[in-house]
Design a protein around this ligand. Structure first.
Ligand code: GLU
Ligand code: ZN
Length: 309
């Protein structure tokens, strides 16, 4: 039997990453995530990687990636190592899938969205024993782990919805697109990511990511630690996103944007408002921002955030 995906040769104590999906330019919500994961990494003398999550190629605008990279630069959020694009890594996702298939953990599913809805509350493993050919169908993972809990560094013990815990997730869609879950877990293992700081909208996916990690990673890989941060929303349950027309951040106002983001992360503005350059502000935040000030909420309405936005 194959030994699973190996982490990089050299295992660092701390490897963090920012993994934006380039469906649009950075907006205030993505800047918050970038800043929090950057500060956490630098406070631990860690590496901070940038991975462009353009796996869902039809939905991605190619022109966005350089705009995102440039925005981060203008905000003095400098990443380490080589920029990774998921769109260049399909063979890695296919080999993860093959690895699981070899262990009979993958099956083809022909159910339409409507059929699944009708058999609600969620996908019930309907095609598990149907032995359908892999070509032209969605491929699902036999999620035997059905993991429901995990420990988050900020929100502590988390229990997720039955759907996320029990469903057999699609890892490759019928149209050939690899699923986000497969890509993220494969990349995090191969990049030796140890700490994942990301938005609380992804809390629910974490047990599944941990189960996939266990199914895919070789023995020497270390399971990552998670820290989820509040997401910025413009209405309850609606995080800022391009879909909902969140305005792009203006690079020429980088200092103002970073101050607003720091304030959103719970840092009192009086402490840093006098600082006059992005370099100095980032330096200050690395040594002074305290993650225990991060609000214990999964969502903060930008309208409630004291005019920070
Ligand atoms: N690409 C995902 C997003 O932009 C983030 C994935 C992650 O951090 O694990 O929402
Ligand atoms: Zn099915």
């Amino acid at each position: 039997m194959n030994a699973g995906i190996r982490p990089p040769h050299h295992q660092y104590d701390y490897v963090g990453r920012f993994a934006p999906s380039p469906s649009g330019p950075l907006h205030f919500g993505s800047l918050i995530c970038a800043l929090a994961s950057y500060l956490h990494a630098r406070q631990h003398n860690g590496r901070w990687l940038l991975r462009i999550e353009d796996v869902d190629t039809p939905r991605i605008d190619k022109a966005m990636s350089p705009i995102i990279v440039n925005s981060l630069k203008q905000h003095n959020l400098d990443f380490d190592g080589e920029l990774m694009y998921q769109s260049e890594r399909f063979e890695h996702y296919q080999s993860s899938l093959n690895y699981l298939a070899k262990q009979e953990q993958i099956y083809a599913c022909k159910c339409s969205r409507r059929e699944i809805r009708e058999r609600a509350p969620f996908y019930d493993g309907h095609c598990r024993d149907a032995n359908l050919p892999f070509e032209n169908y969605a491929l699902r993972w036999k999620n035997e782990a059905k993991r429901k809990r995990f420990h988050d560094m900020h929100f502590f013990e988390q229990i997720v919805s039955d759907r996320m815990a029990q469903e057999d997730p699609v890892l490759k869609r019928a149209d050939g697109i690899y699923a986000y879950h497969l890509a993220v877990v494969t990349d995090d293992i191969e990049q030796g990511v140890t700490h994942i700081v990301r938005g609380a909208d992804l809390l629910d996916t974490t047990p599944l990511h941990l189960s996939l990690f266990c199914a895919l990673a070789s023995e020497e890989a270390v399971q990552p630690t998670y820290l989820h941060i509040p997401v910025a929303s413009d209405k309850p349950g609606q995080k800022l996103s391009k879909q909902h027309h969140a305005p792009p951040i203006q690079d020429e106002h980088a200092l103002t944007n970073l101050k607003a983001a720091l304030q959103f992360l719970g840092c009192s503005r009086a402490k840093f408002n006098h600082i006059g350059s992005t370099e100095k502000l980032i330096e200050w935040a690395i040594s002074h921002y305290d993650f225990s000030d991060l609000p214990k909420r999964t969502e903060i309405l930008v309208s409630d955030a004291n005019g920070v936005y």
